[in-house]
Design a protein around this ligand. Sequence first.
Ligand code: NAD
Length: 388
Amino acid sequence: MIGPARVRVALANGGHDVLVGRGLLTGLGGLLTRLGQFRRIHLFEDVGVPKALRDVAASSIDARLTRTEYGLDEATKSMASLERMLQDLASAGLERGDLAVVVGGGILGDVAGLAAGLHRRGVGVVQCPTTLLSMVDASVGGKTGVNLAVLADPTRVLLKNAVGMFHQPSLVVADVETLVSLPDRAFRCGLAECIKHAVIAGTETGGMLDLDALSSCLPMGPTTDAERLVSLVRENIGLKAAVVAGDEQELAQGAAPGRRALNLGHTFAHAIEGCEGVRVEIEGRLVHPSHGEAVGIGLIASARLGEAVGLTPPGLADKIQAVVARAGLPVHLVEVPDIGDLMSAMRQDKKSSGGVLRLVVPTREGVSMLDDPGDSALAGAWRHVRGR
Ligand SMILES: NC(=O)c1ccc[n+]([C@@H]2O[C@H](COP(=O)([O-])OP(=O)(O)OC[C@H]3O[C@@H](n4cnc5c(N)ncnc54)[C@H](O)[C@@H]3O)[C@@H](O)[C@H]2O)c1
């Protein structure tokens, strides 16, 4: 066992801890007692996580325990899955003061976190992220949500995270041991969010939040040395925790980005994810990009856009593209039905407000807000990431 290292997420309600280490899930029950004694606990489990590990985690819990398992993707990150989870919590008889625990990736964490926030107007939730992406990003910060199907437009598949709420976890337990079983492709997706954090951190940082230092550690994978994985996760959570603590509900206005900084690349990414015909090449096959793959391309597109409007220093977009490539992530879209579809998808993203598209672009110091750059600059950025 390594750790746990503790990162505090300081919030208006007092905040919570994030524990990072190796082998933590085997003693999950003991870690939960830090929060108090619970009569009933419901465990939401990701079928991707080996059953033996989930069983060990479950058997360490001393409470009336119920368990359900889910194998979700973006199409089933849906209202229907949310309803099933609400049924789980109702059937388990969870009351206020009881606890929901999620062991899984970012999709399960987002939907189950929302179910916990809605059940009886809110029960506590503990997130145990089991993908790199959910460790460094999704499990921290309290955003939960499901996608909404777009019924009226056949070129669009879904509106990402269109329904959701802030529901902060009481504790996050990130056990890097779980990454051992993670497919390489899913691991690489987490690196996209690590690259995002390094760009947000700017030039005055060290360790894994320095773009050059991170790049020199790449490629990394599920079998990378556990100490190094713990550092990667801890430092990334530290950055996210600091940003979230400064602007918990993303209410910052005007030039200071606040929590909106974390949206770097995401308005592009959500458009990519939501458009049916978009493809990237992964391991020789053309596939619809997953969230992390879309984020990698979104980071490059936002830097190209920033350079075009003079906010991003020349050369940073090339550098970001090189790091995304070193991480083994795609750097361009192979098939794009129509850039116009992507641009209209961007305008429908929930990050636009009052019809004004609010984007985040990289700068030397970190990031800056960019309001409605206009169609021609946007189309230029899309052309940069459109395949040859
Ligand atoms: N709430 C937030 O702040 C936030 C931030 C970033 C991303 N997200 C969301 O996170 C989602 C992506 O999360 P993700 O990248 O974790 O994808 P995911 O949840 O789909 O997990 C990827 C795959 O890995 C499997 N899996 C999970 N843990 C495993 C393990 N230990 N071993 C083997 N397989 C395992 C899952 O079953 C799934 O098939 C997106 O929907 C995105 O919108 C949310």
